[in-house]
Design a binder for this molecule. Structure first.
Ligand code: GCU
Length: 826
């Protein structure tokens, strides 16, 4: 094996993120790597819109950028197969036809490929054209990472459903999207310029995603208008050469709300006919449409329950319509009652999926796949795997993941998700006392079902970073890799992604790897641990902290926290019976708080705050400590990133630095909000005396409190600036000055800070434009933002002044300031 590990090229050219991990950065190539430069590219299909043709063009582009050399493409004739040191790309069948026997190629499953770089030729042969394109991206990925080893291997997908979902609305907005407006829709129509769609297709194909549902699960029926169906065809035409099919989400009530019928009963013949007509029209324009995605009877969406029909009746209605075209129906199991009564101790939203679906097992047509969110509630930082995976033995299933970080920092926080997904995929349900990992269940290896796989809600937008943050793209990359091979190692995938996205520099690689691998544990620590869920504001933006919002409403994301106890009792013996939904071995584990893994303790058990964990700590002390630890880790991300200055182009370096600085501040907001909440509720002191005790802050009284009121409520846009002053009472020395302020949506206030009338900093309240999360219109945990001015020399008795100038509805509000000696986080 020859592996040339190349030194980094040093300073990578500025990049805006559009190419994602397909940058093909030039390699500082020695003559050894040049010896691996192919002389020609031979593609075995000359139809320009075929994936094999695209593979040829992609190779040419990649080689040109990596090697700075132009390599000719030939479109397959026999003689060229013998061309010395060519790369030959095509399907196994095309190769046999044009080039001769392919006896060395092992058996390939649908979409699989064989890559052979040994000998004089490179051969990339797919079972089908899609597979050939996947193999081409694999080869380019090796080269771009400076890996010129001689390899010969085949790889096959774990499952045929490797989909992404976009929650794009026809008006161009994206539900839970943080990367700007839709690349597909604007003003209730499909956009004319589909250039971004081509680039999305490239990214998806390169990680072997084979279908994209283009519109929101909360679907708008107008997508079915004839002109929109025609335009859907344009989108499908763009994706097709990349081997990506399109699918669409449907609104269940469309026959009535859009089609002019007075009914949408799935068993009514006029309704059946209506859907069949619409389906025929769509397939006329998009003959290879992957299928439909259905959210029904959920969160106010219409569904079959209106007519006392079952969910299977609904799914099968669509399944029959798409069957003649080979389409499938992804029917979401996210069905629950969002008006639950918390005074009923037995009520539990987590029970809903099994309650709604288990009795229907075996009643779904064979082209229906039940799409199941990974956990029983809703994309939380930690949930047990949904028990529904172990309850549908005769129904095809797919797991639903979320690349868009709805509850997990909305791309303004770094949270690398592959470890979370692997926790779920690896979980062993022990069905019939046999190994039954979720990954084997959803890929249909365990239980013999026809279809299976995964879908991830991605929600890229028109932002050049796609997701709103460069670092968040590791999640899309890792999702594709796991959809293909759910045993891929999160750290290995990450390292590949970093080399492809940034550079081969060893120190850069280790640093971004460490930060990313630490990011989910950190986020869990400061946002909600021991299985209590992400303690965000579930009634508003799902972004910042608001533990009070979990309880006393019908949504069922309860914690049941009171003055002495916390946690949902989901046991059979005394609780909601949820643990009983798992197969016996797993149910027994969760039934007892002794055997429940502690990171899920409060998911399954209602305990005293003084309950002792295995560590000997009480639950409440664990909360306090974990929140401090999580926020401290997040402070470290910024330092680690700053150690990379000069190794990354300025544009991306700054973009990420800004976000990590913001995250460092916001993790403190999370830490304090949650710790203060439980401290106030329980009255139990923090043994380390940190909670409620902030020696380096100025916030508890006049004058900043006064300013808070003044700026927060008195000023309007035309008012003059508000001013707050205080005299420093800290010992003289060098400090970092942290200012916590509220950055609201609807205005860009200006602040300036002075020490003894000398301006030491100023800033604008514009995070709504430069960061990626949903902005807030209130003074709350979402809008609280911290800015830091470093190395300020302060003398006891100095005057610190902050002037705030309101703008729009934003009244230049301040929260507090802190003067931080070196190394102190307060
Ligand atoms: C969450 C999310 C909604 C979304 C829903 C779904 O509740 O907040 O925006 O519509 O999930 O998955 O259908």
């Amino acid at each position: 094996m020859r592996l040339f590990l190349l030194a980094s090229l040093g300073f990578a050219a500025a990049k805006n993120g559009l190419d994602g991990w397909l940058r093909y950065a030039p390699l500082p190539c020695s003559h050894q790597c040049h010896s691996k430069l192919p002389s020609n590219i031979v593609t075995l299909n000359q139809t320009t819109r075929s994936p094999v043709y695209v593979a040829g063009s992609e190779l040419q582009k990649g080689l040109k950028e990596i090697y700075a050399s132009h390599v000719q493409i030939h479109h397959g004739q026999h003689g060229q197969c013998k061309d010395f040191s060519a790369v030959i790309v095509g399907t196994v069948a095309q190769y046999r036809k044009t080039c001769g026997p392919a006896d060395e190629v092992p058996h390939l499953d649908e979409d699989g490929f064989w890559l052979n770089t040994k000998g004089s030729h490179v051969r990339i042969l797919g079972q089908n054209e899609k597979g050939t394109l996947y193999g081409t991206y694999e080869y380019l990925s090796m080269l771009a990472q400076g890996n010129f080893s001689d390899v010969a291997y085949s790889t096959n997908p774990s499952a045929l459903i490797r989909w992404v979902n976009q929650w794009d609305n026809m008006d161009g907005s994206i539900e839970r999207g943080y990367g700007g407006p839709s690349i597909f829709f604007r003003g209730e129509k499909i956009v004319d310029d589909l250039a971004r769609v081509i680039q999305y297709a490239r990214l998806l194909a390169s990680v072997r995603i084979n279908a994209v549902v283009v519109n929101n699960v909360n679907a708008n029926a107008t997508l079915l208008a004839p002109e929109n169906i025609q335009c859907l065809g344009r989108i499908a035409d763009v994706f097709r050469p990349y081997g990506v099919q399109i699918g669409i989400s449907l609104n269940f009530a469309s026959p009535k709300t859009f089609g002019g019928l007075n009914i949408f009963d799935p068993l009514d013949t006029t309704v059946i006919k209506w859907w069949s007509n619409i389906t025929n029209q769509i397939y006329q324009r998009v003959p290879d449409m992957a299928g439909y995605l259905i959210k029904a009877d959920s969160e106010g969406q219409p569904g079959p329950q209106t007519y006392n029909r079952t969910l299977a009746d609904a799914a099968n209605l669509f399944a029959k319509a798409v069957k003649p075209y080979g389409g499938i129906v992804m029917y979401r199991s996210f069905v629950y009652d969002h008006n639950l009564n918390q005074s009923n101790w037995k009520a539990d939203r987590a029970n809903a999926a099994v309650d709604f679906f288990k009795h229907l097992d075996g009643k779904f047509n064979d082209n229906v796949v039940v799409q199941i969110k990974y956990g029983p509630i809703d994309f939380q930082v930690r949930e047990p795997a949904s028990p529904l995976f172990a309850n549908l033995l005769n129904t095809s299933m797919a797991i639903e993941l979320q690349v868009t970080q709805e509850y997990l920092g909305q791309q303004s926080h770094l949270v690398y998700l592959a470890p979370l997904w692997r926790d779920i995929l690896d979980f062993d349900m022990r069905v019939d006392h046999k190994p039954s990992s979720v990954r084997d269940i959803v890929t249909a290896k365990r239980f013999n079902r026809k279809l299976g796989g995964s879908a991830a809600v991605v929600n890229v937008g028109t932002n050049t970073t796609w997701l709103g943050s460069h670092l968040a793209m590791s999640n899309l990359y890792a999702y594709g890799r796991l959809a293909w091979n759910p045993t891929d190692d999160p750290e290995d995938m990450l390292r590949d992604w970093i080399r492809l996205t940034f550079d081969l520099d060893r120190n850069l690689l280790d640093t971004i790897t460490r930060m990313s691998m630490d990011s989910r544990p950190a986020y869990e620590n400061y946002s909600g641990n021991l299985g209590i869920q992400t303690l965000t504001d579930i009634l508003y933006t799902h972004y910042g902290p608001n533990p009070a919002s979990q309880d006393n409403n019908g949504w069922g994301q309860w914690t049941r926290a009171d003055r002495t106890t916390i946690g949902m009792d989901r046991t059979v013996k005394n609780g909601t019976d949820f643990s009983g939904q798992y197969p016996p071995e797993v149910a027994a584990m969760y039934e007892s708080n002794e055997t429940t893994p502690e990171n899920l303790l409060l998911w399954f058990h209602h305990v005293d705050y003084t309950h002792r964990l295995h560590s000997g700590k009480t639950v409440i002390q664990h909360f306090y400590d974990a929140h401090y630890q999580g926020a401290e880790t997040a402070q470290g991300f910024l330092d680690q990133w700053e150690s990379l200055q000069g190794k990354i182009d300025h544009e991306r370096y700054e973009h990420i630095r800004q976000r990590l600085e913001y995250q460092a501040g916001h993790s403190i907001v999370w830490r304090d909000t949650i710790n203060n909440f439980y401290h106030n509720l329980s009255g139990i002191a923090d043994k380390a005396k940190r909670v409620g005790n902030h020696p380096w802050r100025i916030d508890t009284g006049w004058p900043f409190r006064d300013c808070f009121w003044l700026c927060g409520y008195c000023h309007r846009s035309n008012d003059t600036a508000g001013t707050a002053t205080t005299k420093l009472h800290f010992p003289s020395g060098m400090y970092d000055l942290a200012v916590n302020y509220y950055d609201l949506y609807g205005g860009q206030s200006r602040w300036a800070v002075y020490l003894n009338d000398r301006q030491i900093g100023r800033w604008l309240g514009n995070t709504e434009d430069i960061l990626s999360h949903t902005p807030s219109i209130y003074l709350d945990g979402h809008s609280t933002t911290r800015i830091k001015f470093r190395r300020i020399k302060g003398t006891k008795g100095d005057t610190l002044r902050i002037d705030g100038t309101p703008d729009g509805v934003e009244p230049a509000p301040l929260d507090y300031v802190a003067l931080l000696p070196h190394g102190v986080v307060d």
